[in-house]
Design a protein around this ligand. Structure first.
Ligand code: SF4
Ligand code: SF4
Ligand code: SF4
Length: 311
């Protein structure tokens, strides 16, 4: 391990220590989110399952082409999850008593208080003022706590990337939004089943639709309060459980729920630099001894080997 690389790890551990503490400190108070942040409203009553959003997402994120083309709608016959190569999937739901199936797009919900971020002790995830939860692979240590923590089972991992595997998920098209562009999927949706805008305006649009079309929607905006709220919001004509969405999440933000589990993390994280420094010192001493032995005259190398505890 080079000193540079080692110090990089130490730096990451130090950062993690700060995050671990702040996650705990913040556990008692509710973060309302950035008031002018953006989000997306998915009106499930308008979605026709065309997969144009999936194709656009792959294009704007330069993701590899799938096995079957995006025009092949037979893939909708299986329930799919996001993968390291697919940041969003549309699933089809047959509903009792309804002739036509319903379709729902799935991706990172960009939680106001993200469980992925609160579980990550090197602070690889950040809730930005745009609303997007972004990930920095340069500090990620690959522990994959984020994958365990996410209640929506969203982050995935590049298991087949041997050198620099990353956690992968929808970015809410953060780079495009920063350039004043729409997220790729929103721009591509031919049915306006996806609306991008300020989250507070999207909530108003959703309520206005409830008022304007009585009986068309269930009276709930999914994501307004779930897990403390999400930037991605959904309205539907059937209960959300019928289209594969968890209704058992409650309104408590993730950091409050995980503060108990996270309480163990600062201890580990606090010790981590010490442990790593110890490992580094041991490996460095072994390296010095190895070099000394290699350079020493033959008779000196015949000296007794140092005891294990000296290394
Ligand atoms: S949906 Fe999961 S991955 Fe996305 S911000 Fe929320 S906790 Fe993180
Ligand atoms: S917001 Fe961007 S990254 Fe997320 S699903 Fe849409 S196109 Fe993909
Ligand atoms: S592009 Fe729009 S209508 Fe088509 S599947 Fe995606 S969300 Fe539904």
């Amino acid at each position: 391990m080079s000193r540079r690389k080692f110090l990089g790890w130490i730096g990451a551990a130090g950062l993690g220590s700060a995050v671990g503490k702040s996650a705990l400190a913040g556990g008692g108070k509710h973060f309302e989110g950035y008031p002018d942040s953006f989000g997306v409203l998915h009106d499930i009553t308008l979605c026709v399952g065309c997969r144009s959003c999936e194709a656009a997402c792959a294009r704007v994120n330069e993701l590899p082409a799938p096995e079957k083309p995006f025009t092949d709608l037979t893939v909708l016959n299986e329930k799919r999850r996001t993968t390291a190569k697919t940041f969003t999937v549309v699933n089809k739901y047959a509903i009792d008593g309804r002739k036509a199936p319903l379709f729902r797009k799935n991706q990172c919900n960009h939680c106001l208080e993200p469980a992925c971020a609160s579980a990550c002790f090197v602070r690889a995830f950040q809730k930005t003022k745009t609303g997007a939860v972004v990930y920095d692979p340069s500090v990620c240590v690959g522990c994959r706590y984020c994958m365990i923590a996410c209640p929506f089972e969203i982050p995935t991992y590049e298991y087949d990337e041997p050198l620099t595997p990353r956690v992968m998920k929808c970015t809410m098209c953060y780079p495009r939004v920063m350039e004043g562009k729409l997220p790729g999927c929103v721009e591509a949706c031919p049915k306006e089943a996806l609306i991008f805008g300020k989250r507070k305006e999207l909530l108003k649009i959703a309520r206005e639709r409830f008022r304007k079309y009585p009986g068309r929607y269930v009276d709930h905006i999914y994501g307004e309060t779930e897990m403390g709220g999400t930037s991605w919001l959904y309205i539907s004509g059937v209960p959300f459980s019928q289209i594969g969405m968890r209704e058992d999440l409650g309104v408590t933000p993730a950091p409050e729920l995980t503060s108990g589990a996270l309480s163990a993390v600062p201890v580990v994280v606090g010790l981590w630099p010490v442990l790593l420094m110890g490992i580094y010192a041991i490996s460095k001493r072994k390296e010095i001894i190895f070099n000394q032995e290699r350079e020493a005259p033959a008779h000196e190398t015949a000296a007794p080997a140092p005891a294990e505890e000296d290394l």
